[in-house]
Structures are given as structure tokens and as C-alpha cells.
Design a binder for this molecule. Sequence first.
Ligand code: ADP
Length: 217
Amino acid sequence: MIETKDVHKSFGTLEVLKGIDLRIDKGEVVSIVGPSGAGKTTLLQILGTLSRPTSGEVMIDGTPVQMLSDKQISKFRNTKIGFVFQFHHLLPEFTAMENVCIPGYIARRDRTDVERQARELLEMLGMEHRTEHKPAELSGGEQQRVAIARALINSPAVLLADEPSGNLDTKNKEEIHKLFFTLRDTLGQTVVIVTHDEQLARMSDREIMMVDGWIRP
Ligand code: ADP
């Protein structure tokens, strides 16, 4: 589902990624761990096509991303990649249901289809009783579930999560962690998570340790 070859990334004279070779199969839940400044977020942004590598190749779901123009890349990203961040960035004036549906409407999909899928996702994430609530009426864990449903509404090839439980208490953290495995088991979802949480990393199908711009073998 994801393959990178000799990916380098520099910011000015600072080389942050020093040759990343990576292969992630469909339906794998992979954690990227390592000390602060190792390049984890930079790598995740490259996998998510939010940032282009300085050199190297990135293949996502069979598409060599480096061959795409900026316009093609943004369309590719909207349909193939789902993002979850530490802070959920839900729109406060919209309900949970509406927040989940918006990326589907933006992709100009059939509204009934989007709404049916949103309901199914919210149900899978244990949020069927909260669909008409606005973000402020939801707990932190519930808000994050809505953000995950929103990330999945266009059936992305990969779900990328950057510290998805960084802002949650222990109980909510564990529940959100379990959900990634539910998504793998029910949807065959490929998930890549940058995390400092050792428990989540250990639960994952694979742990990738980054140190100073490299993947530690
Ligand atoms: P991690 O996620 O492992 O903590 P990051 O990928 O966020 O590491 O950052 C790796 C290094 O790259 C850090 O030294 C950071 O300061 C630097 N860096 C990240 N993004 C930028 C940027 N846009 N411009 C300049 N330096 C950056």
C-alpha cells in the first residue's frame, strides 16, 4: 500500500530524512516511534503528500506520487489519504454527522451515499448516539472518534495519525487505540501512527523506530 525508496528531506542545510526505505502492506497498523526531532512527523507528512521529498520515490496505492502535479496531488490526497491529528480540528458550528460528511460533499459524492457511510462509520466507532451533537457537547475521546470517522469518509487507502491520543486521558487513549485495530479488522484499513505511546506501539503490527533521520534496523 505504501512504499518509499531512498527518501531524503532537507530544510535548508538541515537534512531531516536521510534515506528512508519503507514498505507497508494493506491492512497493517504501523507505529512510528523515536525521539523528538527524529523526523517522524516529516515522514508522515511526506507519506500524506502534504510535503514533497527533496529526493526519492513514494508510491501510495500503486501511484508514484512524485510524478503528480500539485493540482493532481491535492485531488489524490483528498481521496486517498485520511488524516487524524492530536487536536481534532472539528468545525464547532456543525454536528458530528455534518463534520463527518463535509469531506464527502467536497469530493462531490452523492449526498445520500455520504450520509449512509457517515452513519455506518459513526456506528462502527461507537458514536451512533451522538450524531446530532456539536463538538463542544462531546468529550475529548468522542471528538477524536468523530475526527477519525471524518478521516475515513472517502474510504482512503491509508489513514495517517499524528499523536492521535496525545491529548486524551488514559481511558480515552486506550479506547482510541483499540479503534485502530477495529478499523483494520473490519475495513482492512492501513493505518500509520506517529506516537510516543509505548503501549500503542507494542500493540501495533509493526513498530518503526526512527533515530536522527534514519529507520533503525
Ligand atoms: P519528530 O516528529 O520526530 O519530532 P519532526 O519531523 O517534527 O521530528 O522534525 C525533525 C526536524 O526537522 C526537527 O529538527 C525540526 O525542527 C525540523 N523541521 C521540521 N519541519 C521543518 C520545517 N518546515 N522547516 C524547518 N525545519 C523543520
